[in-house]
Write a protein that binds this ligand. Sequence first.
Ligand code: BGC
Length: 736
Amino acid sequence: MKNLLSAICAAATLLLPGCTPKDPVEARVDELLSRMTLSEKIAQMNQLSGRTDMREAVAGGTVGSILNCVDPAEINELQRIAVEQTRLGIPILFGRDVIHGFRTIFPIPLGLAATFDPALVEQGARIAAVEATASGIRWTFSPMLDIARDPRWGRVAEGSGEDPYLDAQMGAAMVRGYQGGDLSSPDAMAACVKHFAGYGAAEGGRDYNSTMISERSLRNTYLPPFKAAIDAGAATLMTSFNEIDGIPSTGNSFLLRDILRDEWGFDGMVVTDWNSSGEMVAHGFAADLKDATRISVNAGVDMDMMSHGFSAYIEELVREGKISVKSIDKAVGNILRLKFRLGLFDNPYVDASAAAQACYTPEHLQAAKLAAAESAILLQNHGEVLPLENARRILVTGPMADAPYEQLGTWIFDGEEEHTVTPLAALRKRFEVVYVPALAYSRDNSTAHLAEARAAAAGCDAAVVFVGEESILSGEAHSLSSLDLQGSQSQLIAEVRRSGKPVVVVVMAGRPLTIERDLANCDAMLYMFHPGTMGGEAVADLLTGCIAPSGKTPMTFLREAGQVPYYYNHNNSGRPCKGNETLLADIPLKAGQTSLGNTGFYLDSGYGPLFPFGYGLSYTTFVYSNIRLSKQRYGTDETIVVEYDLQNTGHRSGTEVAQLYIRDMVGSTVRPVKELKRFERVSLDAGQSRHLRFELPVSELAFWGMDMQYRVEPGAFRLWVAGDSASGEPVEFEVL
Ligand code: BGC
C-alpha cells in the first residue's frame, strides 16, 4: 500500500503542469526524502553485519543495509519486517563480498586478469550475479581496482595487477557483468568499485599501510581504472583504509567530492570500508568516533560500514551545526536512488525456493573451467615436455594436488569445497595416476616423504608437482616478506627432479612468487594462481593438450622479493640499465670506488625481472611481422591504425594475446618507458597467419602533465606490437 502511494505521489510530481518532467527515479527519491525524519535518514546511512540477528535492528528502523546475511529465507523475513513494520517501508539493501564467484568459484581476480579476456570475465561476473541474487544479494563489494605493484601485499590476489589499462578493462567488464543491462532486473547485482584510492600502494606491502602518492601519479596511474568502471555504470564505490600523504581516504573530500562527484559526475552511492571511518581515530586524523563521523560525512561518505559512528552521532552533529541537513539529504538521496534503481521498492523479495538451482549449473561450471584454463600461464616448457601426450602413468604429488578448499583462493565466503574438482580427481580420469601427497599443506616443513615421491616418480613416465600457497596466505591482512614457496615445497620439486623423469610443476598461488630456483628444477611450469571450483578439470585439459595455455602475466614476476616494487611501466632514470651490469661475483677484490657508468641495478640479482609483464608461452609459437602504421604523423583528434601480421609458426593450434604498447618519448613530465594501450586474444591454427589491426585514438595518449592538465602532448612516440612488454621492435610516429 505504502509503495502504491509513493508511486502515485511520484507520478503526480511528474504530471504537474508547467513543470519540467523529472527522471522518475529522482522524483521518487525526492518525494520519499521529503517524508523522512532525521533519524529515518540516519538509519539509511547505517550498514550492519548480519552475522548476528538483525531482526530487532530492522524492526527498530535503525539500519539501511545489511552485509553478510545470505540465507534467502532470512533475507525475506528481514525484508518483510522492513517493508511492513517500519513507518516508511523502505527495503533493506543486502550486500556481500562476491569477489570471484558466489558458489561457482572462478579464478581469483589476478588469475582472471591473466586471461586478458574481458568478455570471459564479464560472463563470470554475470554468473556470480545470477547465483548471488538468487539468494537475495543485490550488492557485491567488487571489483577491486587497486593497482598493485608489490606482491608482498596479500591483496594483489583480489585485483588485476600492475597495469592501469588492463585493470580498467577488467573492472569495466566486471561491472557490466554484475549489473547486467538493467539494474532493476532481479538478477542484477550492484557493483562496488574499491578501494578508493591508492590502497595497493601500501608501504612495504604491509596491508592498510600509509601511501605517498602524488596527485599526478594518482591521476595517471591509480584513478583511471575507477573512472573506467564508473563510466561503465558502477553503482557504488567503497573508500579505502589507507591514507595518502596523511589524509585517510574515508575523510578525503578531494577524492570523494572534487574528483568523484564534481569531475566525474558520479551519482551513485559511497560506502566506507569496514570501520574505516572509526579507524581514522587510530590514524590520528580524528579525535574520537564522533569526530570521525563528522569528517566522513563532510568528506562525502554516504553509508557507514560497521563503525557505528553514523547511527550514534549524526543527530547530535546536525544539532550542533557540524553536519548540515543538506549533506545528509544528499547522502540519503544517493542511497535511495540506488534502492529505486535496483527495483527494491517494487520487488523487495527473493524466491527462496529457487536459490539452490541457480548455482553450479553446467553452463556456470563450463565457464569457470574455461576461465581457469585461460588463466594458466606457461612460464617454461623445455623440450616441449607439455602437453603430456606420451605419458600413460604419471606421479601426482605436492600439497596443492588435492586441496579442494585451498585451490578456491581468498574471499570465497560462499564457495563450497565439496564442489571443487581437484587436479588429482581430474587427472585420474585421464592417466594412470600414482599419488604421493609428500606434503600435507603448503607450509609443511616436513621432509619425511620427499624420497617417497622421488621413488614413485622413477616408476612413472612423468611427474606433476602441485605447489603454491594455501588460500589463507594471500588476501586481506596476509602480507609476506618472503615470496619463495613455503615449507619444503622447493625441496620436493628438487627431489622429484632427481628421479630423472620429466617434471612438470603447477603453481596455484595468490600472488606471483619468486620461483626462479624451482624453474631450474623442472622441465615445465604452469602458473595458475588459485583457479577456483573447476581448476582440476582445467589443469587436466591443459596438461593433456586439449587446451593450449594462453594466460599472460598480469604482474611482473621477480627473481627476489628484494626487487619489489618492480613494474614494467616505470619511468626511466637518467642512467637506464643496459643489461651489462657487473654482478657481485665479478667485482674484483679491493675494487676502486666508481659509480660512473653504473646504473640502478642490484649487485646480487641484476636488474631484469624473472618474467616481464604480459609474458606467457603456448604449446606453439607465434611470430609478429609487418607492423605498420596508417601514417607517420597524427593530429590529436585522429586515430592511429596499426596493422600487423601474426603467424602461428608451430605445429599446434593456440591463442596468443597480442599487445600494443606505446612510449611518449619526451613529456613535460617523465613518461613511462612503456604503456599498454590495447590487447587482443587471437586464435590461430598451426601454420595459420592472420592480418590484424588495432585502432588507437590519439586522445588516449593523454596524461596529466606538468601543468596538471589532462592532454596529449605533441612530439615523438614509439609503438610496439608484441607478445609481452619486453619484446618487439618499435615503430615511430609523431603527434602534431
Ligand atoms: C575489506 C573490503 C570488504 C569489506 C566487507 C573489508 O575488510 O577491506 O574489501 O568488502 O571488508 O567484507
